[in-house]
Design a protein around this ligand. Structure first.
Ligand code: 16G
Ligand code: ZN
Length: 515
């Protein structure tokens, strides 16, 4: 049974603040860090119980502000395969976090353990945290994707699916070794400017840089991880994507034509960009990355003689630029799903090779178990086929398949650019982004906004979608949708049109309907 006395004693040191409602949302529990003490304690217990429920498999606990301002902290769990916490447990997590007192928490815990038939005598391994009778290991200060990697590596150790050495060093070695093989024999790669958002990507990026040596010189900027308030402030992937401009700190650094990229605070989002000869800023976001990477992988499957054998598919959300959706769907199967990594990841698992990216720069490529099997047993019949096959196999190593990983995606992009001899300009010209505008609207109650069709249409409030449709019809190339944010108390409005001023106008007019 539950060690009630021990839990009570500890829980009383971490009472829940009154008048706060916690919600395990798309990215775990997120709120002001100073409100999260009770949540941290309870998440520790929850993680231990999840581990016990899964026969002692290792669970990860990540504490991070991600792309948000420093005081906005969060905590999320990583499931044994290195993936996001199973959806059903999000509700359990929310219930436990909101029990008003220690006694109510213990009652809720007791009921929960009974309903889920959790055998408390089972061992529990929680990486990075200590809780009831759980073995814990502190993964230290590292990126979110490294934690996902570690959890998968620990749980697959010694099996035929072993994912890699279960250390940060193992992660760095796996990625850099595969990268070096992939670019061997290609012309020297020009140095890459990396904006680390003053977050933990600076630490891991530095170590990666050492491993890469001369194969790829990383020029790290915004590495002030100890400066209060600097995290994601006027830098980082979210700043670049949202404001569609260069981080001011790079203005004197970046030369015309030079590639640069921004990570977010926990290094699971990546946005590229460059300045053209006139000094104009060009952004290469998650949609551009998906396009670059998927066409490369399709080419390789053809060159390997595996066309028709291995199907590549794309997963996007409603935020994907219409230009990218048009370009991609003329070539490949494309699926649209609701916002949030778990939806994209899940849908991508249905393809032989699933490429998923959110426009905000979070994404990765998944190779199904059957595809991995096919790649390892396939007998190429020409040297060219053999080369392409080896590239595909090395791609499975350079890509972090547990979750979107800015550093791994960065290496992936660099591989493709090196193979195609592309600069930012050629990459950018694959398709033209439609001008777009994102606005947020503060409303009294965002829960009245309900969507369907992968968040592209509103079903509630009644009548609103018809008004939006009517407005959109008047704009050339117009598209707009409204959805409640899963992470902030606002409603988001997205609009695009064939000209900038029209996209802006459409967004503001739709926002006007939402108030
Ligand atoms: C979270 C999601 C991200 C999504 C964003 C949307 C994860 C790990 N992260 O950050 O994928 O794009 O929420 O936020 O799922 P919104 O609902 O506030 O627009
Ligand atoms: Zn993040």
């Amino acid at each position: 049974s539950l060690p009630v006395d021990a839990i009570r004693e500890l829980s009383q040191k971490h009472e829940k603040p009154a008048n706060v409602h916690f919600q395990y949302g798309t990215a775990g529990f997120r709120t002001l860090g100073n409100l999260l003490d009770s949540v941290m304690f309870r998440v520790g217990i929850l993680a231990a119980l999840r581990s016990k429920r899964l026969d002692g498999k290792t669970i990860g606990v990540m504490i991070t502000a991600s792309h948000n301002p420093e005081p906005d902290n969060g905590v999320k769990l990583v499931d044994p395969r290195g993936e996001m916490l199973e959806a059903a447990w999000e509700t359990h997590a929310t219930n436990l976090a909101n029990a008003p007192t220690t006694d109510a928490f213990i009652d809720a815990l007791d009921a929960f353990v009974k309903i889920l038939r959790i055998d408390l005598s089972k061992p529990a391994r929680v990486d990075g945290f200590k809780a009831i009778g759980a073995e814990a290991r502190n993964a230290g200060v590292t990126t979110t994707p490294v934690l996902h990697y570690l959890v998968k590596a620990i749980n697959t150790k010694g099996t035929k699916d072993a994912y890699g050495d279960d250390s940060e060093e193992g992660y760095l070695r796996k990625l850099s070794t595969a990268f070096k093989k992939l670019v061997a024999g290609k012309p020297a790669i020009p140095p890459l400017v990396v904006d680390c958002a003053n977050g933990v990507g600076a630490i891991v990026g530095e170590k990666l840089s050492e491993k890469l040596g001369d194969t790829l010189k990383l020029i790290l900027h915004n590495t002030a991880i100890n400066t209060a308030g600097a995290l994601n402030n006027a830098c980082g992937a979210d700043f670049v994507k949202t404001s569609q401009r260069l981080p001011p700190s790079l203005a004197s650094v970046l030369k015309p034509g030079q590639r640069a990229c921004s990570l977010d605070g926990d290094a699971d989002r990546l946005i590229y960009y460059y300045l053209d000869d006139r000094g104009q800023f060009h952004m290469l976001d998650g949609d551009k990355i998906a396009t670059l990477v998927s066409t490369f992988i399709v080419d390789l499957t053809k060159s390997a003689g595996l066309e028709g054998e291995i199907q590549v598919g794309i997963v996007q959300t409603a935020y994907a630029n219409g230009g990218s959706t048009k370009y991609l769907s003329e070539r490949l199967p494309v699926k649209c799903v609701p916002t949030g990594v778990k939806h994209l990841h899940h849908a991508a698992e249905h393809y032989d090779i699933g490429v998923y990216f959110e426009a905000n720069g979070h994404g990765t490529v998944l190779f199904s178990p059957e595809t991995l099997e096919k790649l390892s047993s396939y007998q190429p019949s020409t040297p060219a086929q053999s080369t392409a096959l080896n590239h595909l196999i090395n791609l499975t190593q350079v890509i972090n398949q547990t979750v979107g990983d800015a550093l791994s995606d960065m290496l992936l992009v660099e591989v493709v650019l090196a193979h195609k001899s592309y600069s930012g300009v050629e990459w950018d010209s694959l398709y033209v982004d439609l001008p777009n505008r994102l606005v947020k609207v503060v409303v009294p109650d965002r829960s009245i906004f309900k969507t369907e069709d992968a968040e592209r249409r509103l079903v509630s409030p009644p009548g609103l979608q018809a008004k939006i449709d009517e407005l959109v019809r008047r704009y050339d190339g117009g598209r707009a949708f409204v959805r409640p944010s899963g992470t902030e108390d606002v409603v988001r409005v997205y609009a695009e049109a064939s000209v900038r001023s029209q996209a802006d106008e459409l967004a503001f007019r739709v926002a006007g309907l939402v108030y």
